[in-house]
Write a protein that binds this ligand. Sequence first.
Ligand code: SF4
Ligand code: SF4
Length: 655
Amino acid sequence: MKIIFSLILVTSFTLFGFNIYQLINKIRKGKSEKRFDNILQRIKRVLVIAFAQTKLLRDPIPGLLHLGIYWGFITLLFAVIESIGEGLLGFGKFSFSFLGTTYKVITFTQEIFCLIVLLSIFVALWRRFISKINRLQVSSSASFDAALILFWIAAIVSTLLLQNATRISLHTITANWQYPISSILSNNFANSSTTILFETTFWWSHILLVLGFLNYLPNSKHLHILTSIPNVYFSSLLPKGALKPINLSDETLTTFGAKDITDLSWKQLLDGYTCTECGRCDSVCPAHLTGKTLSPRKIVTETRRRTDEKNFNPENTLLYNYITEDELWACTTCMACVYECPVMIEHVDEIVDLRRGMVLDDSRFPPEVKTTFENLERNFTPWGFSHDTRANWAEGKNINSFFTLSEEERNQIEILFWVGCAGAYDERYKRVTQSFAELMNLAKINFAILGKEEKCTGDPARRLGNEYLAQMLITENVGTLNSYNIKKIVTTCPHCFHSLKKEYPQFGGNYEVVHHTDFLLKLIDDGKLNVNKEKKERLTYHDSCYLARYNNVIDAPRDVLKSIPGLEIVEMPRSKDKGLCCGAGGGRMWMEETIGKRINIERTEEALSTNASTIGVGCPFCLTMLNDGVKAKEASEKVTVKDIAEIILESIERN
Ligand code: SF4
Ligand code: SF4
């Protein structure tokens, strides 16, 4: 038996080693990327996300199920090592029992986990095949894979319990508290030669199932059992949501964006092999939910398929043959997919890399994107307004521009108000800009603007894949900001906020940046603004993705609103970091939406379902999209969309 087992063991591990070697070779087709730094920070992330499964627990029922299966497997590793030891040395000749009470606790935990695993599997099968949970409905081959693996795991834990039960009947182990489940099962077996046969059968079945599982894994979506810990370990440590810059002066670069897997990084290819196809990303993707062709899960699984097939179809490319232009342009970069993915897959970075491939390498983009780029080049704003009119909104409002001030006056300025393109040009949104400036004046804040010296932050160009244009705008803005030695910036636009705070440092622009909702909260808390006018109405607040998910600005807007006497605040079903996008991010603000239902309509319907008379926002794009949604739903008479600055200004009684 020992010889047969040794041969099986060596064959299994050799095959497994070969599979892993092949996998590493595939991943190495990707570009190099430094992800070997900050070891402690990375280990901490593995402990929190992989071992404590904090991301999965955001959805408690499936999260707890997975936690049960996961930890069950970890404790079962002890039993696997024991079985291998017994196979090599003989039955009963290898055990961790020398660990004394610790061993008893381990075996007790194993038995309890076996039970939890069996129950979890039962519920998981029920959810997939009886309740038919939407996000779990995948192709029949993926469903077969999922079912097979669940039955396989059930068989592994069952054979372990039955092996222990027969050993209790045969008195080779003692029935006590450390074997709570198999003690009960042992009542079904007598101390007989038949039971010896059963024991041998269960032992062999258990270890063969384990070794078979090990070799099935590399060809299954459950490969994530092996790859998820490295994938979490190597996940990006850049500030959340910050895009990676391209070194445009690097003359060795042959492509700027990504067109095939060899243009993606090895980590992006590892993402492909880590996807569990759980569908959490699709279930929160605004584009997917409204009938667009985009599926973040498909982006990842197609990357894996292309990596597998690259050698057989060298003439094809990931971009165009596996992932279409429509899919890529549909993304709003809302980051809901990245946020929900339990194994830290970075969909948005890959989508932007592929957009860069279309824009920078192939000059392929929809006509309206071309107009946006032209406007940005000519007018330094995505819209077709003349740059000379950028500060017209401030005329007659006694607002200073930096370039009109003396050196001494500049030194007195507490904060720069970054207005943004919507704030400067959009007719409706200019009222928000003016309201916020008025609030700062009321609170006696000594602020100034850049006026005509301000240009688009580069966010739309960057998210649309035009890194070249984005970097041009960013460098010009950084030059202006640094020439005035700016230290602190406030802005009403979450997209400007995110860029200035998290992406400008990549280009030498380091500032303390606050969003106006945070700034207003501080003014209210410090007693500089007295919100004293009652507002007897019902309001629902819509979270901007670039505030809530990108920058964790979730409580401040709500706390500002709570300061208004009489205001009733109701939450939409999807809110805070689970909020649904308005549809305008990632440059979508300047693009036609012709496929499926409009995202802003989906979101407006959700807001209207709360019966609120005001929809509060903290973003110019959200304001426009929801305003359009309310008009389209013919609800303008009952519901208004307002920025928090406007709502607060209305709630201040002035003498
Ligand atoms: S970022 Fe948002 S829109 Fe883009 S794929 Fe992810 S969930 Fe979908
Ligand atoms: S990308 Fe992440 S969230 Fe989406 S299916 Fe794969 S594992 Fe699940």
